[in-house]
Every structure is written in C-alpha cells, then in structure tokens.
Design a protein. Structure first.
Length: 206
C-alpha cells in the first residue's frame, strides 16, 4: 500500500523529505513533484525499480531514464559535457528541460539507452526535488508519470496513491504540477535537436 505524504510546495518539511530519502535509499519507488509534472523516482544504484517502471509504464529497454541532478556539478560527473553543452545547460537550468547527453563511465549501463549509450539529464526548478537532492547528497533516477492508456501525466496525488497503491512505496503530494512534461533536447550531435516540445521554450534550440 502506497504511503501518501503532503509536503509544502515552497517550504518542504525536512522530516518529510528525510522520510522520502530513506525510502529511496532503501530501494523504494516514489512519486514526487517537479516543475513540469509528477514523476517516478528511484535510487541510482538499484535495479529492481527499473523493472517496476517498465512494467508500470509498459516501456521497453530503449526507454531513456532521466538523472535528476541538483546543479551543473552533478551533471558533469555523469555525462560528457563540452563547452557548448555547458553554456546551453547553464542558460536553461534549473528548468523544465531534459537534456540527452552521452553518458560517462560513472553511469551504470542499465540506466543508459541500450544502443546509443546516452542518459537524460534534468535539474528541476522545484523546492521539493531540490530539497530531496540535498538530503540524498547525490542524484536520483526518474521517469515521467504517464500511465498506459493516459494521454497526459497524472495530476492528482490522491488518485496516484490509489492507482499505484501496489506499485510505489510513497507519494509525495505537493499540489498540482501541471500536465506538460519536460521539453527534451538531444545534445549528442553537433547541434541541439528538440525531440519533444513540452513545458519550456524551444526557440533557443533552433
């Protein structure tokens, strides 16, 4: 049965954030708010949540998981970042963007795109995941909460706790985050390419 915790969207309670961090460290799958929509989160070192997310969302091995980072320092540890990458990332982080970059050797193969060896990178502009990242002291993995048969991400934490009651350990409820997923930008080539238009401006990437 999923536990539902209501956390303040601007000043998240430290004890609740600590509780969520303990669930992540223990290998549990959580639902958490972001600056675009709610998402599924899990510890970077655990294998079981990957299988669970693929089962819940009915995705295949080509699905790109996203590494949620606190700032650019974290990003450089897990992705290969050139000068133009850094300038682009600095201009758009934190924010509702997912950047596809070549994964560094620090990223386990199971978290990379199976053929392209890439990883999605994200720095959310939302107090709750930022507080969670600070408490964890390291990035965690993520996937948008869009269930099979749904056209849009889920918005109601109460509904999430019911529909995912046997699938996730914890739902961090923090009001409505909206229904637009992130804008996804592929930065593995010579120029950035927008793969998905979501929340966030895309004009700067053309």
């Amino acid at each position: 049965m999923s536990q539902l915790l209501h956390v303040h969207p601007v000043n998240p309670e430290r004890r609740l954030i600590r509780q969520a961090a303990e669930v992540l460290r223990g290998g549990g799958l959580i639902v958490y708010p972001t600056d675009s929509c709610y998402a599924l989160g899990f510890h970077i070192g655990d294998k079981a949540p990957i299988r669970e997310i693929r089962r819940i969302r009915k995705t295949d091995k080509a699905h790109n998981f996203t590494l949620v980072c606190r700032d650019l320092t974290d990003i450089s540890n897990y992705a290969k970042v050139d000068n133009w990458h850094y300038r682009m990332l600095k201009a758009h982080t934190p924010g509702p963007y997912t950047f596809i970059l070549k994964a560094s050797r620090s990223v386990p193969r199971r978290l990379q795109h199976e053929k392209r060896k890439t990883i999605g990178i994200r720095v959310p502009d939302h107090p709750v995941p930022q507080a969670l990242l600070e408490e964890m002291g390291e990035p965690f993995m993520s996937s948008s909460l869009i269930l099979p048969g749904d056209d849009l991400p889920m918005t109601d934490p109460e509904e999430m706790a019911v529909r995912l009651k046997n699938d996730v350990a914890l739902v961090l409820a923090s009001g409505s985050c909206g229904i637009e997923p992130t804008t996804v930008v592929d930065m593995t080539g010579e120029f950035p390419v927008v793969l998905r238009e979501g929340k966030g401006a895309v004009d700067d990437f053309s």
